[in-house]
Ligand binder design. Structure first.
Ligand code: ADP
Ligand code: MG
Length: 238
């Protein structure tokens, strides 16, 4: 199943999300605070352990929401720059490697670009967040020792980044719902990572395709327009 996945109607929702997401963070913090406060009372050791666990879990929850969403939500002015993709891929892999190791996942990458000097346009931090969100999903989809493969290729006008896992795959319904705020199939998921990723790639003038087979794995392809650099223009005019 190959699906093109830029969904404008869903992206409209994004701007109304900030308030609801700060609620998503504040809630677990409030719960956590409550349990820590109770710890100062006179309580049996077993209960104490339970309260600590709940407090930690709720703090982790808040961190997850922030991790999946924050770079995206940061109200900085639009600062587009030239982005060199091989560098960004290697950096994202470095960031995600501890999580991959923890899950017994091997991360491989292949860079097959016809020109070292291809660039795309966008905000580097947001683009990093998108890469990391997609890689994280790939890793989380694999339960036993899979491989996550990142591949960079180009056409005359575009660069394609494939992020392919050997994980659970998705049903048609799950594919359709990808990018919906809070859509998650994970016990501790935020359902924000895909929405954020779609928005970031859309802002870069690109698109994301997905092909997925249940029980076999999933491949996300980010397709971005190549920016004409001065050197290219010289090539054309010379
Ligand atoms: P979260 O990861 O917190 O659940 P996301 O927005 O990142 O939120 O992903 C939403 C849902 O999309 C996931 O819960 C999962 O069901 C599905 N999904 C995304 N990427 C993959 C993947 N690589 N393999 C299988 N399912 C995926
Ligand atoms: Mg995710």
């Amino acid at each position: 199943v190959l699906q093109k996945l830029i969904k404008a109607e869903k992206l409209e929702v994004v701007s109304h999300l900030a308030a609801s997401i700060s609620h998503e963070v504040r809630n677990p913090l409030t719960v956590s605070r409550g349990f820590i406060q109770m710890l100062s009372g006179d309580i049996p050791p077993q209960t104490r352990k339970k309260y600590v666990d709940i407090a930690l879990e709720e703090l982790d929850r808040a961190t997850e929401v922030i991790n999946d969403y924050l770079t995206f939500a940061k109200p900085v002015p639009d600062q587009k720059e030239l982005i060199h993709l091989p560098e960004q891929i290697l950096h994202a892999i470095k960031v995600i490697t501890p999580l991959a190791n923890m899950n017994g996942v091997e991360v491989k990458h292949v860079i097959e670009l016809e020109d070292e000097e291809f660039f795309v346009n966008g905000e580097r931090k947001k683009f990093q967040q998108c890469l990391i969100n997609l890689m994280k999903n790939g890793i989380e989809s694999m339960t036993d020792n899979g491989q996550l493969q990142i591949r960079l290729t180009n056409t005359n006008t575009t660069i394609q980044i494939d992020i392919q896992d050997e994980g659970s795959g998705m049903t048609q319904e799950q594919i359709t719902r990808l990018g919906e705020p809070y859509f998650t199939t994970k016990a501790k998921g935020t359902g924000l990572g895909m929405m954020v990723s779609f928005s970031i790639i859309k802002a870069m003038g690109g698109s994301i395709n997905v092909s997925s087979e249940l029980g076999k794995g999933t491949s996300f392809s980010i397709i971005l327009p190549i920016v004409q650099t001065q050197r290219d223009q010289r090539k054309v005019s010379g």
